[in-house]
Design a protein around this ligand. Structure first.
Ligand SMILES: NC(=O)c1ccc[n+]([C@@H]2O[C@H](COP(=O)([O-])OP(=O)(O)OC[C@H]3O[C@@H](n4cnc5c(N)ncnc54)[C@H](OP(=O)(O)O)[C@@H]3O)[C@@H](O)[C@H]2O)c1
Length: 165
């Protein structure tokens, strides 16, 4: 079965972004992101793609947008809607849904694996992770990271897989 992984970091109050930026800087969360996504294809919304702190795959990126004239990086392709994006990714053994909020909201029901960093703090923001029905998910991993000199906030690297029904 194809693995459709959704990867996100959210605060305790489900904030994921503010003014098209991440509200925190957590180097060990980036390291984990790089490790788990290495060599895999990404699917993301146009605003996340254009964010200053955007991450792109060296392999393949599908950017969902209605804009036909969007500037695209060398490993980037445009999809005009989400069904087209999923079709383009159909032959990938695994791909990652990177956000942002509108894309998470529309694709959470398609994902069967979830990498979710919880930043143990509340933030103000304008982009949010969708409410999740946790009855549908099993937590398979959770690693707690203390706040320290490089990390202003404690966080947990959590992984969940969708229950088979
Ligand atoms: N913490 C995290 O894990 C994380 C991860 C990623 C992003 N973020 C944050 O999330 C925020 C951005 O999220 P966002 O919700 O504002 O924007 P977004 O989801 O990144 O992008 C929204 C755009 O994607 C396109 N789009 C979305 N659904 C579409 C559809 N069904 N068909 C065609 N195009 C579609 C549209 O582009 P057009 O307007 O061009 O048509 C839309 O304006 C930023 O603050 C960013 O930092 C956080």
């Amino acid at each position: 079965m194809q693995r459709i992984s959704l990867i996100a970091a959210m605060s305790e109050n489900r904030v994921i972004g503010n003014h098209n930026h991440l509200p925190w800087h957590l180097p060990d969360d980036w390291k984990n992101f790089r490790k788990v996504t290495d060599g895999k294809a990404f699917l993301m919304g146009r605003k996340s793609y254009q964010a200053e702190d955007a991450l792109v795959s060296d392999y393949r990126n599908i950017i969902v947008t209605s804009k036909e004239d969007l500037d695209l990086c060398s490993h980037c392709q445009r999809a005009e809607n989400l069904p087209a994006a999923f079709e383009m990714l159909a032959n990938e053994k695994e791909f990652f849904i990177l956000g942002g909020g509108s894309i998470f909201e529309q694709t959470i029901d398609n994902a069967n694996y979830l990498y979710l960093t919880i930043v143990h703090q509340t933030f103000s923001g304008d982009a949010f992770f969708p409410a999740i029905n946790w009855n549908l998910w099993n937590k398979v991993k959770s690693v707690y990271h203390e706040a320290d000199e490089q990390h202003a906030f404690a966080f947990s690297l959590n992984e969940y897989e969708r229950k088979s029904i």
